[in-house]
Design a protein around this ligand. Structure first.
Ligand code: FES
Length: 576
């Protein structure tokens, strides 16, 4: 322990015999900690996003206690601290508005406290990137532990997927294919246990990213929240973080460009959420790693989607777990030359060491490479005069016949405008139209709402139309699907070309050619731009003002400009 004592941050609080050390130890001893907790052992911060208001993370107090047991067993001193819990289904206007705020809280909580190593308890969509971003800015030894998915939803003998089934049922009610009474009674069958959404939505995707980046232990992604193996993993995380402090295995040695390449390829193989794009860009940005939208397209382009989970496919996370989980996917990528096998992970082994013996127990759920769900998975990055800084589309969730399409724009100036007019029987729209939604980007909403998968007009649903091309500067839920072009950048509120689209303009989408074109002359676009004025932000003070003044575009991860860049490891200063 002598060597560790020399380097531990916590010694500048808890070491010594002066007045300050007295104060630092004395007050915290009011919790019953004995003297030997201050003998130079590593202090492990457990960042807990528990909240009754965040159903996906509501079991985290129990999980935290298990992590503590592992820390104690390995000779560490665990201290739990809270971070703003971002409940996706509850927070208004959108949880994404607060991702950066939570990341700042996490960073400053770590930086300001006597912490040597960190365990991040993450689950619901935004909690994973928020905590990783905050921890990345401090660069201490860190392990992320996901809370695990809910059990599969069940309703009248069929499987219900979080989010995905809600979108399907809601459209079915509008189309007259499902009664409102059935819709309401499905509600209680969907969320049957603690845990996060059990489709391959954003939470499951980000839990997979944690494992693929090597910042979580193997098997992190898929164990259900209520599976005892989830708690066993929490115990091992407690053991391992103490050893990581001794090894000084910092986050920057794990989160390398090679690790991000692995994660992007995994996202393609699992049919992961489009939200992973902004989150990984933002996490990389905190470490000064040059990750771009083009990396997403280049690295993910040839990756087949082999995991057959909703929203792209049929199964759910419980099935994925029983099939072998993410190690099977990582092994398949490694066997096919699509994995940086030497990437280091938090257990001190390479990612290939961790997964090379993985077995697939259900090739229907995790398909072989030569029988994929979609040959070209990943994220398509589109460019053109409608999105010069890029827009994205998830091919595995789109309709193949619509991926090359030309149609007339039906324009909604805001989500409120969309809601007002979409059910109007006189709305001039048919299935060949292209729905365009403006002012829902990072600045425009603000927070970049998950509304890009706007529902189709009821009159077309009633005709049996299931999908149309939709374009916006918004995000969409990871549980959603459709031929949906998202994250158009620059966004409308920042004066991007999407702000200039008018009703009836022709728009061309060519996914194979990675092109998104507004068929309007440059001269006409300049005329429109001269008359364009930015929308007034909904709030001109408080955090929303800070956010709108400083948020970067979706193509740069929608982080705040002053948070980007490697600020170096957390360094303690004397207290005053
Ligand atoms: Fe929390 Fe989906 S609502 S993960």
């Amino acid at each position: 322990m002598a060597d560790i004592k020399r380097v531990l941050r916590s010694r500048s609080w808890y070491g010594g015999a002066d007045k300050d050390a007295f104060a630092h130890r004395s007050w915290i001893k009011n919790q019953g900690h004995p003297d030997h907790m201050f003998d130079g052992r590593p202090v492990i911060g457990i960042c807990n996003t528990w909240s009754d208001l965040n159903p996906c993370n509501a079991h985290f107090r129990e999980l935290s206690e298990v992590v503590k047991r592992g820390v104690y067993e390995s000779g560490g001193f665990p201290v739990e601290f809270p971070a703003m819990s971002l409940g996706e289904t509850t927070l208004r206007p959108t949880a994404m508005l607060f991702r950066n705020l939570a990341s700042m809280e996490v960073e400053e909580s770590i930086r300001a406290n006597p912490i040597d190593g960190v365990v991040l308890l993450v689950g619901c969509d935004k909690t994973t990137p928020a905590l990783l971003m905050g921890a990345a800015s401090c660069d201490l030894p860190t392990i992320a532990l996901s809370g695990g998915p809910m059990l599969n939803g069940k309703y009248r003998g069929r499987e219900l997927g979080s989010g995905t089934s809600v979108w399907q049922f809601s459209e079915a009610v509008k189309a007259g294919e499902m009664t409102l009474a059935d819709f309401m009674s499905a509600e209680s069958g969907m969320s049957r246990s603690p845990g996060h959404c059990m489709t391959m939505g954003t939470a499951s995707t980000m839990a997979s990213m944690v494992e693929a980046l090597g910042v979580g232990l193997p098997e992190n992604a898929a164990y259900p929240a209520v599976d005892s193996r989830r708690r066993r993993l929490a115990y091992l995380v407690g053991n391992r973080i103490v050893a990581m402090v001794a090894e000084d295995l910092r986050l920057s040695r794990i989160l390398t460009r090679a690790a991000f390449q692995n994660a992007i390829r995994v996202n393609g193989a699992i049919g992961g959420s489009t939200n992973a794009v902004v989150h990984l860009l933002a996490i990389a940005g905190r470490l000064g790693i040059p990750l771009t939208l083009d990396d997403w397209d280049t690295w993910g382009r040839d990756v087949p989607t082999i995991v057959d989970l909703m929203p792209s496919g049929r199964f759910l996370m419980e099935d994925f777990c029983y099939a072998g989980g993410l190690p099977v996917v990582l092994k398949a990528l490694g066997d096919n030359g699509l994995l940086n096998r030497d990437a280091l992970t938090v257990n001190g082994r390479t990612i290939w060491d961790n997964v090379s013996a993985a077995e697939n127990f259900n090739p229907e759920v995790i398909r072989p490479f030569d029988r994929p769900l979609t040959q070209s998975g990943g994220i398509a990055v589109l460019r053109g005069n409608l999105a010069p800084s890029g827009a994205i589309l998830k091919p595995s969730a789109a309709t193949p016949a619509l991926m090359q399409h030309r149609g007339r724009a039906v324009v909604f100036e805001s989500i409120e405008d969309y809601k007002r007019r979409i059910a109007d029987p006189d709305l001039a729209i048919d299935e060949t139209s292209v729905m365009v939604l403006k002012n829902c980007g990072p600045k425009g909403y603000p927070g970049m709402a998950e509304v890009g998968n706007m529902g189709l007009p009821p009159k077309l649903l009633a005709k049996g139309i299931k999908d149309m091309v939709r374009i916006s500067d918004a995000r969409m839920s990871g549980t959603a699907y459709g031929t949906v072009v998202l994250h158009a950048a620059p966004e409308a509120a920042a004066g991007g070309p999407i702000a200039l689209v008018r009703e009836g303009d022709a728009i061309e989408l060519d996914v194979a050619g990675r092109r998104l074109h507004l068929d309007v002359s440059d001269a006409e676009l300049e005329r429109r731009r001269a008359r364009w004025t930015p929308p007034a932000p909904p709030m001109s003070s408080g955090y929303q003002k800070l956010y709108v003044d400083h948020v970067l575009g979706a193509d740069r991860g929608a982080d705040l400009d002053f948070l980007v860049g490697n600020r170096g490891a957390a360094v303690p200063r004397e207290s005053h």
